[in-house]
Design a protein around this ligand. Structure first.
Ligand SMILES: C=C(O[C@@H]1C=C(C(=O)O)C=C[C@H]1O)C(=O)O
Length: 137
């Protein structure tokens, strides 16, 4: 499954780095199973398979950058959980006062905020986040 995900996310034709200037084309012996002259013996097959890199240098860079991404994702998830808790306080207060859980005018403001910052995918991200915070409507 891990290998499949790796292929899906980094080896499909439209993946970042698959096209355009600066992409090094690997051909010849590497593809036919013969030893890759760019890959040193110290580099474990596991690391190259995990990163999709063809050189030690790229594998090291990718491994370090992925650790940063994992740390960022942990913080993003923590912030989303914090947002869910704050949103719940608002919703419970409004419901207790006799109002409704959902306030569409406010949700439009949130959607516009994300769209202005991140473009069209920002809207989709905000919709998912709103669903996490108030459930499906
Ligand atoms: C948190 C609120 O309640 C609901 C949840 C929202 C959110 O999580 O951003 C926005 C609007 C409401 O549907 C609010 O009104 O501010």
């Amino acid at each position: 499954m891990v290998v499949l995900l790796e292929q899906l996310t980094s080896d499909f034709p439209g993946a970042p780095g698959q096209q355009g200037p600066g992409r090094s084309v690997i051909s010849g012996p590497c593809r036919s199973g013969a030893p890759n002259p760019q890959r040193s013996p110290q580099m474990s097959v596991t690391q190259t398979e995990k990163t999709g890199a063809r050189t030690d240098e790229a594998a090291t860079l990718i491994t370090g950058a992925r650790e940063r991404i994992d740390a960022l994702d942990d913080r993003i998830i923590g912030l989303i959980q914090e947002r869910m808790a704050v949103s719940a306080v608002i919703q419970e207060s409004r419901i207790a006062s006799g109002g409704r859980r959902v306030n569409l005018n406010r949700e439009m403001e949130v959607l516009a905020h994300y769209r202005d910052a991140l473009g069209k995918p920002g809207t989709a991200l905000a919709m998912t986040m709103l669903e996490l915070c108030r459930g499906r409507i």
